[in-house]
Design a protein around this ligand. Structure first.
Ligand SMILES: Cc1cc2nc3c(=O)[nH]c(=O)nc-3n(C[C@H](O)[C@H](O)[C@H](O)COP(=O)(O)OP(=O)(O)OC[C@H]3O[C@@H](n4cnc5c(N)ncnc54)[C@H](O)[C@@H]3O)c2cc1C
Length: 433
């Protein structure tokens, strides 16, 4: 019997760690790893549990990240910022903004911890770099043998090459240093498009804008396009009422009600999507970057996201549409289309190749398995790589060929965690024992 319980955001994984510790220092983390070794058990620090997979699930000792949090230093001269690994992104974002700094790019939400987000390759769209991992300039981690290692491009470069996206399998991160930029104003332009036009225009949009993305409403031709660009003008934030209407009422409250109706009457979903698509309207606003990039999400859903080589991305999307149209499955959530430049991290989904990301969502009350299985089957055929934090059915044996630098990651894993004190069921599946 254990008194502890851990559950991820989507509610798909629950575990019962044997003990929960609350480290406040790197030394505490070293002590916890030593304790796990002595007991012959595992130790894991989850972030905020926003991964849909069981990647963060603690099976032995769990390290609560909440007291290993806060900005340590923002260096405006060298354009770096160092924070404790358990810092939630929204705290980092506001502390950086106060210091007149910002990350270059980020994903859709800011609830995650910086260690959790980087360990799975959390990304946005476009930019010079799109993932948070690729914005890391240095890190400190405690290895499976209780050693503390710092890694940058110059210091322990072999560790740096893999540990910026370590899946929680290489060590417990204690501090992360990001490359940052002087605070800038980001302008968002959101507007409706139709499928044929969006497919024809997307390459140009991605080329001409700093950050471009599409949300396609399945069973319809309707698309919401978003283009975010850096501007030199003063910020013109979205008005309070319009912000509440678009971001809270339409994206969360009303969307939640619409999903409940769709759950009861799945046959109505195509019509509902068409009506939602027709309600899309154009808007332009600007603000500090994190207020434009990120928003809140209160409707609980399940998600799978695949990265495919950029040049076949739109073709893959067209094939997915054909399959959805013939599948008979009703899908209420839009499909998100983003792009990233190539990066140099061994197990990054963008490692060595420019990528297009296609993200599929299903609300938590509907069985997602047939939908995700059908799409996954198509995207595997495009040499797709699944987001490590989002649902997938892949195994180490079939992921290895998708990553030319797989062996490099595994060699560092064998060295840093020879006894697999950081392992759990998900890591055994996707990385092997
Ligand atoms: C509503 C929602 C929106 C999302 N939007 C996006 C998006 O726009 N783009 C995108 O790419 N992803 C997105 N995601 C996925 C999400 O960003 C990732 O799953 C991310 O990993 C979650 O961070 P977390 O802090 O919750 O980490 P967790 O899910 O708790 O953990 C993830 C991994 O990090 C490891 N970890 C955590 N802390 C440490 C540490 N200190 N040392 C070593 N390992 C550690 C865990 O062990 C685990 O392996 C979204 C998820 C949700 C639920």
């Amino acid at each position: 019997m254990t008194a502890h319980a851990w559950r991820n955001w989507s509610g798909l994984t629950t575990t019962a760690p044997t003990e929960v510790l609350h480290p406040t220092t790197t030394e505490d983390v070293v002590g916890a790893v030593q304790q796990a070794r002595e007991l012959g058990t595992t130790v894991k620090m989850p972030g905020t549990g926003h991964s849909f997979t069981g990647i963060a699930a603690p099976e032995g000792i769990m390290l609560d990240p909440s007291e290993l949090s806060g900005l340590i230093e923002a260096d405006a001269e060298n354009l770096t910022a160092t924070a404790y690994a358990g810092t939630p992104l929204h705290l980092l974002n506001s502390a950086l903004a106060e210091a007149g700094l910002s990350l270059h790019n980020m994903g859709d939400i800011a609830e995650q911890t910086i260690a959790g987000a980087t360990s799975t390759g959390t990304h946005g769209t476009g930019g010079v770099v799109a993932s948070l991992s690729a914005q890391i300039a240095g890190l400190e981690l405690v290895t499976g043998t209780g050693e503390t290692i710092r890694a940058t491009a110059e210091e322990n470069p072999d560790v740096f090459a893999v540990a910026r996206l370590g899946l929680g399998a290489l060590g417990i991160l204690t501090r992360i240093t990001f490359k940052v930029e002087p605070l800038f104003t980001l302008e968002a332009h959101e507007f409706p498009m139709l499928w044929d036009e969006a497919i024809a225009e997307f390459d140009r949009m991605a080329e001409e804008n700093h950050h471009a993305e599409l949300y396609w409403f399945p069973h319809t031709d309707r698309i919401l396009a978003k283009e975010n660009n850096r501007i030199l003008d003063e910020a013109q934030p979205v008005g309070r009422f319009r912000g509440w209407l678009d971001d809270e009422l339409l994206s969360n409250t009303l969307f939640g009600v619409v999903n409940k109706i769709g759950n009861r009457r799945p046959g109505w979903i195509p019509k509902i999507n068409n009506i939602s698509g027709q309600m899309l309207s154009e808007r332009t606003y600007s603000d500090v970057p994190h207020k434009v990039f990120t928003s809140s999400r209160s409707v609980v859903f399940r998600e799978m996201e695949y990265a495919v080589p950029r040049e076949v991305g739109l073709e893959a999307l067209r094939e997915v549409r054909k399959w959805i149209d013939s599948s008979g499955i009703n899908i209420s959530f839009p499909i998100e289309v983003r792009t990233t430049p190539a990066d140099d991290i061994a197990l990054s989904t963008s490692s060595g190749r420019e990528s297009m990301y296609l993200a599929f969502h299903m609300n938590a009350q509907t069985d997602h398995t047939a939908y995700f299985a059908g799409v996954e089957n198509i995207l595997r055929g495009y040499d797709g790589r699944p987001h490590w934090g989002k649902l997938n059915t892949r195994t180490a044996a079939d992921l290895e060929p998708a990553y030319p630098r797989w062996g490099e990651f595994q060699a560092v894993r064998d060295r840093l965690d020879p006894d697999r004190v950081f392992s759990n069921a998900y890591l055994r599946r996707v990385l092997g024992d």
